[in-house]
Every structure is written in C-alpha cells, then in structure tokens.
Design a protein around this ligand. Structure first.
Ligand SMILES: Cc1cc2nc3c(=O)[nH]c(=O)nc-3n(C[C@H](O)[C@H](O)[C@H](O)COP(=O)(O)OP(=O)(O)OC[C@H]3O[C@@H](n4cnc5c(N)ncnc54)[C@H](O)[C@@H]3O)c2cc1C
Length: 416
C-alpha cells in the first residue's frame, strides 16, 4: 500500500478500535479496575500516559483491605512473593517521645499489616494478573487528551493517534484529571492548609522497616523506609515553599536533621533544590462522578490529602465497587448508564467521611502545630490515650487499614 494510503488506513483503523470499557490512567484505581472488568469478560482497554510504572514516589502502602482483596482473587500468595516489608504498627515521635498510635496486629494474620512495596511493583503485579485474561489490553505511552462526545453521551477518548471508543469510559487519571475537567462535572474544593517537599536521603538498610513520623514545635516530617534510602516528606504551611527555599539549602539540611534525627547521616547528600519536589496538597471531590457513558474513580473523583496515607486504599476500593456494580451487567451486554449512580452512591459516604477526617486533622492538629514556634510539644490527649491503652490503637488501625465500608470482590469471573 502506498505511504499516504497506508497512513489513512491506519488512522481509520485506529478511529474504529472499540472496547466495551476504556480506562484512562494506569494507577492503582485504573489497573485494579482493569483487572476486575477483564476478569469478568468485559473487553477492557487501559491507557497509561507513561512508558512504565517507574514514576515519582506516590506511596508504597498496600493496605490490609487490598491484601484481603488479593486473597479473594486467589492472588495473595503470589503478591507477597514480590519484595516488600510488613509493617504492623505505625509509630511517631512527638516532641522527642516515641508513641505507637496504630496497631494492625489484632486483625486476621493473613492481612494484619501494611505491605510496604514500591508502587511500580504493585502496579506491575496487577498488570501481570490482568494479562492472564484475554479481555485485558494495556497501552502504555498513550495519553487521553480529551473526550469523544456524541449526542450528549461520552463515547470514548481522543489520543494523539486517534480516537478510542467504548461503551463506558472510566477516568482514573488521578488528582489533576484532565478527563473530569473535560466532562464538566461539578467539583467541590475542600482545600488543604499544607504543602509538602519530597526528597530522598541515603541510609543504611536495617532488618526492620523504620518508617515513622516526627512532630516537633513548628515542623512535621514523615520518613518512609525504602531500604537504602529514606523517602522524606517535609510538611509546611501552604504557599510557604519560596520562604523555605529562601532560607538556603544549608539551613534546610540542618533543620531536616534536627526534626528527623534518623536522617542526619544522609542529609549532606542533598546537594541541590532540584532534588526537592514540591507536592501541592489538594483535597476535593466531584459532586457527581458520572455522565452517560462516563465515570470518574480514585483521585480523579476525589483528590485525597496525604493525611493517614489512605489515598491508594480509597482509590482501589472505588475500582472494586465499580466492578461489583457494572462488570457483570456489562459482560452480559447491558447498558451501564442507569447503573453509574449506584457506584457513586456506594462510595460517596466513605470518601466524604475520610475527607472530613483528613480536613479535621489538617485544621485541628497539623496547622496549629505548624504555626507553633520551636520548643516543647505536649502530647495531645487522644495520642496520650492511644499510647497508654493499646486496645485503642485498633481504631485508627481500622480506619487506615480498611477504611469506611470496605469492599469485597463480588464481580464475576468469566468462564473459559
Ligand atoms: C507524593 C505522594 C505521596 C503519597 N503517599 C501516599 C501513601 O503513602 N499512601 C497512600 O495511600 N496514598 C498516598 N498518596 C496518594 C495516592 O498516591 C493516590 O491517592 C493514589 O495514587 C490515587 O490512585 P489513582 O489510581 O486514582 O491515581 P494515580 O495514582 O494518580 O494514577 C493516575 C494514573 O493516570 C495516569 N494518567 C494521568 N493522566 C492521564 C491521561 N490523560 N491519559 C492516560 N493516563 C493518564 C498517570 O500517569 C497515573 O499513572 C500519595 C500521593 C502523592 C502525590
């Protein structure tokens, strides 16, 4: 075929490519949804704009609820063969005193821990599990650039190489979701009074995972143990990034070592502000998650604050709920549109309550703490109580480990 004609043929072929379900975004929500819908026999195409899963740090936490979902799918043993650390208690240093406010060890021993696993391992595992189903396709390096709309209904997405059409489009494209903006769904901004600097510092590997938080007068840091380096979160009042930078790198290094003494040996490795990334913390949610032919899930439907480290969990729970409601009917060829409100109804309360908790923690604990000067930091009463009465540690453990209204896999597995 001559060149121009071949190109025209290719374009036409691409424009015609149709799936039952198109998912934009191969993060935790999109990949788990892809696995579950393909497992049910729904012809599913996941588009991911990056060429691999090796991206910026976005959380290493695989929660008990997700471990239990893998158990329900018969995947837990295989999952736990991937490199990970098991963390059963979460600790923090408040004013120099170590406390343990969260204890997961009382839950079922098969999932009474957070599996600390780099997100690329997690996503890679889900991709491999999904690839076992012939209905699953994943296109990397393919960005959804807009929506295809026909007679008021979303009929797919546009990409640089043509249109991808589907009976249902799921936007799982994260907190800056381009598709939710294109869909014009109403957004409620709750706001967050904090921003975060993210950076790595080298450390010596230890047998135990030493992930922890440091709360001192005026400063908060979280250090995530990734074996031979700390992934550090330095929390400050929203909008103060320029102020922190203006004090100079030397002052920043000294402060990091003071607030989180475990990093002191590695702090000199920080040579340039280019190694320090600003995360603008957002807290928002769509008031309506769907339109005919379109559904938003995960951070695309509700950007979560890092407070509590629950965003991945909530995103995965959305994916499971969406598959529970839609996958069976779609596999039978039924119209998904009338079922879309059920997905939102199932998940909206969990999201609202989690965000209300995050917002309260931001306002009542984090902001006042950041506004304090240096000096003594008394232990807030709830933390004192959790420290003294170990049974109370199960309450935040249930919130972090399972969240509100945890989902179970109810979507079918296609035969043959
Ligand atoms: C720095 C940081 C640290 C965090 N730490 C934690 C933690 O410790 N624990 C926790 O539970 N949560 C944490 N979170 C929150 C957590 O990362 C999110 O809540 C979670 O990843 C949401 O999953 P998601 O699949 O909805 O979106 P994302 O993980 O954002 O995935 C969206 C995916 O869509 C892709 N994409 C975007 N646009 C397009 C497009 N137009 N076309 C195709 N693909 C597209 C992106 O490349 C990405 O792969 C953290 C977040 C950040 C930013």
């Amino acid at each position: 075929m001559p060149g121009a004609a071949a190109a025209a043929y290719d374009m036409a072929a691409m424009a015609e490519r149709e799936s039952d379900l198109l998912i934009a975004g191969g993060g935790p929500a999109g990949m788990v949804a892809g696995l579950l819908f393909a497992r049910a026999g729904v012809a599913t195409l996941v588009l991911e704009k990056h060429k691999d899963f090796l991206r910026d740090f976005r959380g290493d936490t695989v929660h008990p609820s997700t471990l239990r979902l893998f158990h329900e799918l018969g995947l837990l043993d295989a999952f736990l063969e991937r490199p990970h650390d098991k963390v059963r208690t979460l600790s923090a240093f408040v004013g120099g005193r170590r406390i343990v406010p969260v204890d997961l060890s009382r839950f079922d021993p098969r999932w009474n821990f957070v599996a600390m696993m780099p997100q690329w391992e997690f996503l890679d595992f889900v991709r491999d599990a999904a690839a076992a189903y012939p209905a699953f396709r994943l296109e990397m390096e393919t960005e959804a650039t807009g929506l295809v709309e026909e007679a008021g209904r979303i009929a797919g997405v546009r990409t640089r190489s043509g249109e991808r059409r589907a009976r249902l489009t799921i936007a799982a494209d994260g907190r800056d979701s381009r598709l939710r903006a294109a869909a014009g769904l109403p957004l409620k901004t709750i706001g967050a009074p904090i921003d975060v600097f993210w950076f790595r510092l080298p450390k010596a590997p230890t047998a135990e995972n030493r992930t922890t938080g440091f709360f001192t007068g005026g400063r908060i840091m979280v250090v995530i143990d990734r074996g031979d380096y700390w992934q550090c979160a330095y929390v400050f009042a929203k909008g103060d990034a320029a102020k922190v930078r203006a004090r100079g790198l030397e002052a920043f290094r000294a402060e990091v070592a003071r607030v989180a003494p475990v990093t002191a040996d590695g702090v000199d490795a920080l040579r340039d502000w280019d190694e320090v990334r600003l995360l603008s913390v957002a807290l928002d949610r769509l008031e309506r998650w769907h339109r005919p032919g379109f559904l938003a899930i995960g951070d695309a439907a509700h950007a979560m604050s890092p407070v509590g480290g629950v965003g991945i969990n909530v995103a995965i729970q959305d994916a499971v709920a969406a598959a529970n409601v839609l996958a069976g009917p779609m596999a039978r060829g039924e119209d998904p549109d009338p079922l879309l409100p059920k997905v939102q109804a199932r998940r909206a309360t969990a999201v609202r309550l989690t965000q209300a908790f995050q917002s309260a923690a931001q306002k009542r604990i984090i902001r006042p703490l950041l506004e304090r000067g240096d000096g003594e930091l008394p232990l807030p009463l709830p933390l004192e109580l959790h420290d003294r009465f170990p049974l109370l540690r199960t309450i935040p453990a249930a919130f972090i480990g399972f969240g509100w209204r945890p989902e179970h896999v109810r979507s079918p597995e296609a035969q043959g």
